[in-house]
Design a binder for this molecule. Sequence first.
Ligand code: XMP
Length: 317
Amino acid sequence: DWTSESFVEQTVSHLRHKLGNDRVVMALSGGVDSTVAATLVHQAIGVNLFCIFVDNGLLRKNEYEEVLHSYQDMGLNIKGVDAKDHFYAALNNLTDPEEKRKAIGRSFIEIFDQEAHLIEEVKWLGQGTIYPDVIESVSVKGPSATIKSHHNVGGLPDFMKLKVVEPLNTLFKDEVRAVGRTLGISENILGRHPFPGPGLAIRILGDITAEKVEILQQVDAIFIGGLKKWDLYKEVWQAGAMLLPVQSVGVMGDERTYESVVALRAVTSVDGMTADWAHLPYDFLAEVSNDIINRVKGVNRVVYDISSKPPATIEWE
Ligand code: XMP
């Protein structure tokens, strides 16, 4: 019978034998899979695991600092890399969603390759691949999968020559969470909603600028903070806000203003393949909408997305 305790025990001893004194490099995303995978490898080989956490400038508000601190608290050998400018430059003037995704994937590889080169004699690439990623032909989840799906863009990066270690590749998501609990990883990380690798870039419709990212971060923080405050965070599978490329009219005193519209999206789902819009309470939506309009400069209208998947996707791009 599978138990998370025996899985941890066997996997750690297995990794210890397999990796010996070798060095492993791993990109962490702040998500459940990469965190659990890194913790297992860390238990096996300690400081020979070199973790890299990249700030692509497309994360949620304060996410980079908070996640980096929790990794440090967990004792991981982690290096934070501020690469915001690199990503913004690569995204400059791009509006097509797939072009944006490719630019982000490429940038990530450039940064990761550069960082991996700084580690002497690294032999392995650790990845948080889980079983559903293995069976999906084209995986679109997180930085680790980004490495795989974009490895042929612009030649083969050196880290692609590394041997791959994927301690979670036989597990389903709920098993990964159970393993994470056994390892003592905080609920803060284990209970997180999924968040797309390209981050806020696919929630800002049209071109990306640092100013738009900042507006969306404020909106998103109010929405997600509200869900937590109202005890609704765990009721939904995923939630976020979209910044629309639309200016709508508003009034300020006697003046008409033209400012941005944001759409809030929250869904219930089991695996993200199908999803229903979350029937959030009107009082909650009213409070969040007021907060956003009163507090976020540049936004004068909030709408709630009531589309289900299919045919609507969870993301707007
Ligand atoms: P959709 O929008 O296709 O999203 O209904 C399903 C799930 O996948 C996430 N998603 C992505 N994740 N890279 C990612 O790592 C992407 O390009 C991407 N596009 C969508 C989305 O957030 C949802 O969880």
